[in-house]
Design a protein around this ligand. Structure first.
Ligand code: NAP
Length: 346
């Protein structure tokens, strides 16, 4: 059998270009004892991949993707076609962390992505398999862990979330709304602002490209904010520090505005406000919170069934277009989760 895989061939300088990747055909062998063979159906484009598309990933993070080798992506779902592992049978829908290819040989029990990416059979009764790449997967876990455990959301908190029309941000915004909070979202276009207000029902939203971020934030939250969920870093984090009330909290989830930069820009010039206002600023990784997956799946699954939480998708067709999907996400072309349907004809 022959399958395709996507390989990086050059580390992007600045913005990702599809020419930084190639798609190659490779033979696919039969599984050995302890392995299953998966025909992948969906994978995702994730901002975090950009951190691994460089000579060295940030210290402490997952290693850089080697050039000329298959990209693993983050999470991928597919159907088992052959199994040498008890408990997995052909036809099972599974997730794993060896994606961006048509077929994956996956070792059962491996602790990929801190355990989040361990080969797992998925319950797809009434749920599309690709939901496990967004709301019921790593993105849902990121939003849930960051908002409820890292920012430790408390009654009455006013919340600002950046990149709110993207996947993680959109989930955070909705989760905070479900818990009854006043939620402000920011995003990069008027269309996205309309989406945040009309479809996600946020209390206020602004286009960060259309004016000064501190002023827009002041207009949306004249008395300040208590929680900032940071997906962006840079000027957004600086504005949040200026708006946080005493005892405010920041969950640092990501800093996408800095991912294409050759060198990390200096930190916020107003960090002293963390001292004067007793702020807590805490970074976190979903993979360090894998233990919250069952709790998240239960609670978020119920919100989906009750129709209280939406998960919008931006779908790119065909494995060969996965790099295009990633470049689009970095540019902000997406609303909700950026997904790649691996076999566009399938
Ligand atoms: N800590 C963790 O374990 C973890 C796990 C998953 C994701 N993350 C982080 O969560 C964040 C969102 O990731 P995602 O995969 O869900 O992507 P996403 O939010 O679906 O897509 C990324 C969005 O970022 C926005 N963006 C891009 N450049 C920007 C800039 N310079 N300034 C402001 N916004 C910008 C774009 O929307 P606009 O049109 O609004 O610009 C784009 O849609 C990222 O920072 C990522 O690293 C962290």
């Amino acid at each position: 059998m022959i399958g395709r895989e996507v390989q990086p061939v050059a580390y992007p300088r600045g913005e990702i270009r599809p020419s930084d990747f190639r798609v190659v055909e490779v033979p696919v062998r039969d599984p050995r004892p302890g392995e299953v063979l998966v025909r992948n159906t969906w994978t995702s484009a994730d901002a975090a991949l950009r951190l691994r598309l460089r000579e060295k990933s940030p210290p402490g993070y997952f290693p850089a993707f080697p050039l000329g080798a298959p990209m693993d992506g983050i999470m991928t779902v597919g159907e088992v076609v052959a199994s040498r592992v008890d408990g997995f049978a052909p036809g099972d829908t599974v997730w794993h962390a060896s994606g961006w290819r048509d077929y994956s040989l996956v070792e059962a029990g491996g602790q990929a992505l801190g355990g989040v990416g361990t080969l797992t059979r998925l319950d797809v009764e009434g749920v599309p398999a690709q939901a496990y790449l967004s709301v019921l997967g790593a993105s849902g876990l990121t939003a849930y862990a960051g908002l409820f455990h890292i920012a430790a959301l408390r009654e009455g908190d006013v919340v600002w979330v950046s990149a709110a029309a993207g996947c993680v941000g959109g989930l955070v915004a909705q989760m905070a709304k479900i818990r009854g909070h006043r939620v402000i979202g920011s995003a990069g276009s008027a269309e996205k602002v309309r989406y945040l207000l009309d479809e996600l029902g946020l209390d206020a939203a602004f286009d960060y490209r259309a004016g000064s971020i501190p002023e827009s934030l002041r207009e949306a939250a004249p008395d300040g904010i208590d929680v900032y969920f940071d997906n962006v870093g840079g000027d957004h984090l600086r504005a949040a520090l200026g708006a946080l009330r005493k005892g405010g909290r920041v969950a640092i989830c990501g800093m996408i505005s800095e991912y294409d930069a050759p060198e990390p820009p200096p930190g916020p010039s107003n960090l002293m406000l963390a001292v004067t206002n007793d702020l807590t600023i805490r970074g976190f990784r979903a993979s360090s919170n894998a233990h919250l997956l069952p709790e998240m799946t239960r609670e978020v699954g119920a919100w989906i069934r009750e129709g209280r939480l939406r998960h919008r998708e931006t779908v790119v067709e065909g494995l060969e277009r996965a790099p295009v999907a990633l470049a689009g996400l970095m540019r902000g072309d997406n609303i909700g989760k950026t997904l790649v349907r691996i076999d566009a004809a399938g």
